[in-house]
Design a protein around this ligand. Structure first.
Ligand code: G6P
Length: 368
């Protein structure tokens, strides 16, 4: 049943391995042949989506990182300006709400106190409508929102969120394409992304098969006290999520930076005791990364690079490369999350922490 670990040592590992199936479930019944079915968001969605001029996304923790990725997608494919904020900050601001603003909450549980309070605050502020992307049917957030899209990840027991995050991202790509569709996104672009989404569960499966290689990399982290994650564009939030996972379950201090900011501070911290993890799916980033790489190497830093197999980045002294299968560039943030989840998991196991119940943390933060 859902509350059993089956053959897995921890719920977290089981939930990581459920991702091909739950991503498929999140897509089920929501894709047409060449576009997303807008009615997946409810019967009123089409009329409302036509009126959207702006989006405010509010969430906490891992869900907030999903919102940060969505900003890149929504601006690029739906042409809508997006703001993303953590609920505990949003709800205490004098928020200005322009006409036609859609309010979006993201939450695994649908019960996070700050996210729920933010929704209640937003309901008094003249938003066009509220949409909850959530994993728990019947949760407070779902009950109190105008539109809902369920992420279909099934119960998540591990405190560190894994499958809830990748299904949120999947749902957010559906939102992007639904909004894009009513706003005239090029049909070929829609068809291309829909086809890529269909192929995603299979690619996720292939990345999970790299587990032994990722486990081997984890040895280099067990004795370290700090780690730095770098990413650019939509992979900056993925770097943030990788750092959060490592902090949460292995208790190693980890920070994430947009790769272009390396020179503006974090480079001062790099030495042989500070591994640097880079999420580098595309050529554009790889070119810039090569020079960052020299800088990290020059300070004795050891690099761990997750890169697309088609750009063929070479291993060298102090540079470990793990190649991932090629994926539609827009969906890469989903795929590149997986090795970071597995890396944190194996580091935590090596360190002997309580993976499913990390100290001081709760699955659902229902008090402020
Ligand atoms: C807690 C959990 C995180 C989760 C966050 C937001 O901090 O440990 O895994 O991302 O709450 O939870 P939600 O249920 O709103 O997504």
């Amino acid at each position: 049943g859902a509350a059993s670990k089956g053959d897995y040592r921890h719920f977290m590992l089981k939930e990581i391995h459920e991702q091909p199936a739950v991503i498929a479930a999140a897509l089920e019944g929501r894709l047409g042949e060449r576009s997303v079915l807008v009615e997946s968001f409810g019967p009123e969605a089409e009329v409302l989506f036509r009126q959207v001029r702006q989006i405010h996304i509010v969430a906490c923790g891992t869900s907030y990182h999903a919102g940060m990725v969505a900003r890149y997608w929504l601006e690029r494919f739906a042409g809508v300006p997006v703001q993303v904020e953590v609920a505990s900050e949003y709800r205490y601001r004098q928020v200005v709400v322009p006409e036609g603003t859609l309010f979006v909450t993201l939450s695994q549980s649908g019960e996070t106190a700050d996210t729920l309070a933010a929704l209640r605050f937003a309901r008094e502020r003249g938003y066009l409508a509220s949409l909850a992307i959530c994993n728990v049917p019947g949760s407070s957030l779902v009950r109190e929102s105008d539109l809902t899209l369920m992420t279909q990840a099934g119960p998540e027991i591990g405190v560190a969120s894994t499958k809830a995050f990748t299904t949120q991202l999947t749902a957010l790509m559906l939102l992007t394409l639904a909004l894009g569709r009513v706003r005239g996104l090029d049909e070929a672009v829609q068809a291309d992304l829909v086809a890529a989404l269909r192929g995603l569960p299979g690619l996720v499966e292939r990345v999970l098969a790299l587990d032994p290689e990722i486990e081997a990399l984890s040895m280099a982290f067990a004795e370290k006290h700090h780690a730095l994650f770098l990413g650019r564009g939509a992979h900056f939030p993925i770097a943030l999520e990788g750092a959060l996972k490592l902090k949460e379950i292995s208790y190693i201090h980890a920070e994430a930076y947009p790769a272009g900011e390396l020179k503006h501070g974090p480079l001062a911290l790099v030495d042989s005791e500070m591994p640097v993890i880079s999420v580098a799916p595309n050529d554009e980033l790889l070119d810039k990364l090569k020079s960052n790489l020299q800088e990290v190497r020059a300070r004795g830093g050891v690099l761990f690079v997750f890169a697309d197999e088609q750009v063929g980045m070479a291993e060298e002294e102090g540079v470990h490369v793990l190649h991932l299968p090629h994926v539609h560039e827009a969906l890469a943030p989903i795929l590149y999350t997986l090795p970071l989840q597995l890396l944190s998991y194996h580091v935590a196991v090596l360190k002997g922490t309580d993976v499913d119940q990390p100290r001081n943390l709760a699955k659902s933060v229902t008090v402020e």
